[in-house]
Design a protein around this ligand. Sequence first.
Ligand code: DX5
Ligand code: ZN
Length: 218
Amino acid sequence: MPNPPLYVAPSLLACDFGRLHDEVRRAEAAGADWLHCDVMDGHFVDNISFGPAFVDAAAKVATVPLDVHLMVARPDHNFPRFVKSARNITVHVEAQHDVAKTLAAIRAAGCTCGLALRPATEFEDVVPFLDLIDLLLVMTVVPGFGGQPFMHETMPKVRAAAAARASLGLGFRIEVDGGITADTAPIAIAHGADTLVAGTSVFAAPDMPAAVRRIRGA
Ligand code: DX5
Ligand code: ZN
């Protein structure tokens, strides 16, 4: 199976929430392939970000797919509220749920499904689910907050994911999330990432189109 084309997914967590529609349009005009939505419940991670009403508001003007990253304790319980507006819904392997069942339920609801792992989680923990997913999200920071530095020690997991994908003949995307900049993106890409989430480095850039181009390596 050919590897998926490179996508850049700006994270709305870093946008100006008070100007959400303008920020969505600005990210799209800058070349966003997807828009990443970080949902945090204050339990699974120590931060509370936004919920389905915010994602629905973004979807009102977005023309690119919304990639929803659920950092919540019970993704099986919460994901249905995001189905209407999301193209992809990613859940964490460490959350409290029957992972295979949740992934199948997300697909049955009409979205693609992703599985995420924290920096401290071993790649082996996601291996049983690789043939059930459309995307593997290798966290490159401890989830919960934007603006943290990229953790280079997560790169062997990206490499392992790319190797497993090739040897199993699978086609899931390999997404990295956290600390992605023009300097760290080429490292993640070299290890096999094809989907790059970037919050701070894109939304805080003085020239957003240039920031997206540089992350893409163009
Ligand atoms: C962290 C989130 C990330 C975050 C990335 O918990 O999952 O998507 O928004 O932000 P930056 O690019 O600022 O590290
Ligand atoms: Zn995220």
